[in-house]
Ligand binder design. Structure first.
Ligand code: SAM
Length: 231
């Protein structure tokens, strides 16, 4: 794993200082995965590429230095934890609706000495009542279809900040179906960036949605409404 991470981070032009912490994180993930469902990816090489390097690639797409960042539906910590390990100046909030996963993340942060990382058990649409428009960047991978996801994430973003949604490269139709939601929620599509995960043939896509205006106060709605009637 160490060599894969060394080569992959070098290919991405990122520093390698976080490698020992990433290796320890992988150990904790594999160990905990024996007793609870955290990830289907358990081979060290796959964890390195499909979790760590995929997450790390976002650092080549946006500037996370000193930024307040929320990772919505972070699960076992992706992309948030690798981002924070590699770019320690960010102020990270990890958010998930499943408390067991949040408890695991607290253990990881304690073990790795990531003292300032906030681990929150909440649904994103409820968290917005407390922390509306208070993050420079919001990230999300593998949580929901984009029209719905935008309503969960865009209310949390500061005007001038961005929501970065990690998708597969065939997400063109999904983006088209979200254009109305993005507009209604005060966003605008800034960039669509396809990137290669080093050491693989896999290409993923980051959709960068800029927060141009405040989100109207009536959003986000309760989840049942979002699901029944996506924007
Ligand atoms: N982002 C991680 C990754 O890429 O490995 C986890 C993806 S997992 C498939 C989706 C996660 O989103 C789950 O842990 C689930 O609990 C969380 N989730 C789904 N809807 C959510 C919501 N409305 N608010 C917060 N978390 C949510």
């Amino acid at each position: 794993m160490e060599q894969l991470l060394q080569d992959g981070l070098t290919a991405l032009g990122l520093p390698a200082d976080g490698i020992p912490a990433l290796i320890r994180y992988a150990d904790l993930l594999v160990e905990k995965n024996k007793v609870m469902n955290l990830t289907a990816i358990t081979e060290p090489a796959d964890i390195a590429r499909l979790h760590f390097l995929d997450s790390a690639a976002l650092l080549t797409i946006a500037d996370f230095k000193e930024k307040t960042v929320a990772d919505v539906g972070t699960g076992a910590g992706f992309p948030g934890v690798p981002l924070r390990i590699i770019e320690p100046s960010m102020h990270l909030t990890l958010l998930d609706a499943l408390n067991k996963r949040v408890e695991f993340l607290k253990e990881v942060c304690g073990d790795l000495g990531l003292a300032d990382v906030e681990c929150v058990h909440a649904r994103a649409e409820e968290f917005a009542a407390d922390r509306r428009e208070s993050f420079d960047l919001v990230t999300s991978r593998a949580v929901a279809a984009l029209p719905l996801l935008c309503e969960l994430c865009l209310p949390l973003v500061n005007v001038g900040g961005s929501f970065i949604s990690m998708k597969s490269v065939d997400a063109g139709a999904e983006l088209d179906s979200a254009r109305r939601a993005i507009e209604v929620l005060g966003g605008t599509v800034d960039r669509v960036v396809d990137y290669d995960i080093p050491g693989t043939e896999i290409r993923h896509r980051a959709i960068v949605i800029k927060k141009a205006r405040e989100t109207p106060k009536k959003y986000p709605r309760a989840f049942a409404k979002i699901k029944k009637n996506p924007l």
